[in-house]
Design a protein around this ligand. Structure first.
Ligand SMILES: NC(=O)c1ccc[n+]([C@@H]2O[C@H](COP(=O)([O-])OP(=O)(O)OC[C@H]3O[C@@H](n4cnc5c(N)ncnc54)[C@H](O)[C@@H]3O)[C@@H](O)[C@H]2O)c1
Length: 341
């Protein structure tokens, strides 16, 4: 089978690529391990941004054949725009039976640039699904959605069936992406799976344009000896998942039998509910008071407005029944991040 990852140069895309290379197979609905023949890494950023151990083909372009081969999996890197219909249709063919659609403009950037957000997050998703439809293979498509699809007046516990009411352009774009995929699924063009990811923390590297970027920054920067600003109230509830659990969830979401998901294709992933104050306490326990004291509490109304619109409390029993797993606690998430540093 050929596997396509869009947004493959991104934070989760790179990790997913590494995980699939290591794994070497994905399980079919019937529970049969299907070997991965080709892993296609698609991103608007140059492939050099993707680091997938020694087996990465760093030189291929859209038209060229895979240039290097691991013992089992060909890795093909493509620098291209998710809105490029012709390119997508040349990449997705009858062998592309697995698609992980991760490319996106993140929340803060989508809010700041209205046109860009709608164009990449909605038109790009549509172009991808059209290419899948035209391939005629009923590819299994995993779409990374977000808790930002919820907002407004919310029930005490948000479930998979709580009405979507996004309060940001990013949330609206993800909600429309969900509807698109659900309809392509209903029509039998793809086998769609939508995973609503909590905020992923701790994310390595530099801050990004996501409104939730601080949820990694207030751990990452202090551990690196630098100050970090928390732009929301210390008691703001956040819904968090570690990078490792997120990648496990993407693979598990892919491998679920289609009938286990049923008509409601979107699943809220289980996470940890924590406030920034509780995150700071965890950091104190793991790394000491001096490190946690590097967090500066500086509310920013623009970020607070977006983050406060996200749900506070969740009922993820459906995801748990389907076999998705949350992190045990945030201390262990910080420790896992430290072990990667
Ligand atoms: N990380 C989180 O906390 C989180 C939470 C909820 C949902 N998500 C979703 O998960 C997915 C992956 O998130 P991430 O943290 O890895 O984000 P990321 O920003 O690190 O990666 C996104 C990738 O998409 C690529 N991209 C942007 N525009 C493109 C275009 N026009 N054509 C092709 N590629 C393009 C970027 O170059 C980038 O490599 C995204 O869809 C995001 O919305 C992430």
């Amino acid at each position: 089978m050929n596997v396509l990852i869009t947004g493959a140069a991104g934070f989760l895309g790179q990790r997913l690529a590494r995980a699939l290379l290591k794994r070497g197979h994905l399980q079919s609905s019937a529970g049969i391990a299907e070997p991965i023949d080709e892993l296609c890494l698609f991103d608007v950023n140059p492939p050099a941004a993707v680091e997938v151990d020694a087996v990465l083909d760093a030189g291929a372009n859209a038209s060229g054949p895979p240039q290097r081969q691991s013992t089992q999996i060909r890795v093909r890197t493509i620098t291209g725009d998710i809105r490029d219909d012709a390119l997508l249709r040349s990449v997705i063919d009858a062998r592309t039976t697995a698609v992980f659609h991760l490319s996106a403009i993140v929340s803060g950037t989508a809010e700041a640039d209205f046109d860009l957000g709608w164009s990449i997050n909605l038109d790009g998703s549509r172009a991808l699904l059209e290419a899948c439809r035209h391939s005629g293979v009923h590819a299994r498509v995993v779409f990374t959605s977000s808790v930002a699809v919820y907002g407004g007046k919310l029930p005490a516990l948000v479930t998979d069936h709580t009405p979507l009411n996004p309060q940001s352009s990013y949330g609206a774009q993800k909600a429309m992406g969900e509807l698109l995929l659900t309809d392509y699924n209903r029509k039998g063009f793809v086998d769609g799976r939508i995973l609503r990811l909590p905020t992923i923390s701790v994310r390595p590297g530099r801050p990004n344009g996501a409104a939730s970027s601080f949820a990694s920054g207030i751990i990452r920067e202090p551990l690196a000896g630098e100050p970090a600003q928390c732009p929301v109230d210390a008691q703001t509830p956040l819904w968090l998942l570690s990078p490792a659990r997120a990648i496990e969830a993407l693979v598990h979401g892919y491998e679920l039998p289609t009938e286990a998901i049923g008509i409601a294709r979107a699943i809220n992933l289980p996470g940890l509910s924590l406030t920034p104050a509780e995150m700071a306490q965890a950091l104190t326990r793991v790394a000491g008071t001096e490190v946690a004291a590097r967090i500066e509490w500086r509310p920013d109304e623009r970020v607070e407005r977006i983050v406060a619109s996200w749900p506070a409390a969740w009922d993820t029993s459906r995801a748990l029944t389907l076999g998705f797993k949350p992190d045990a606690d945030f201390d262990s998430v910080i420790q896992a991040y430290q072990s990667e540093m």
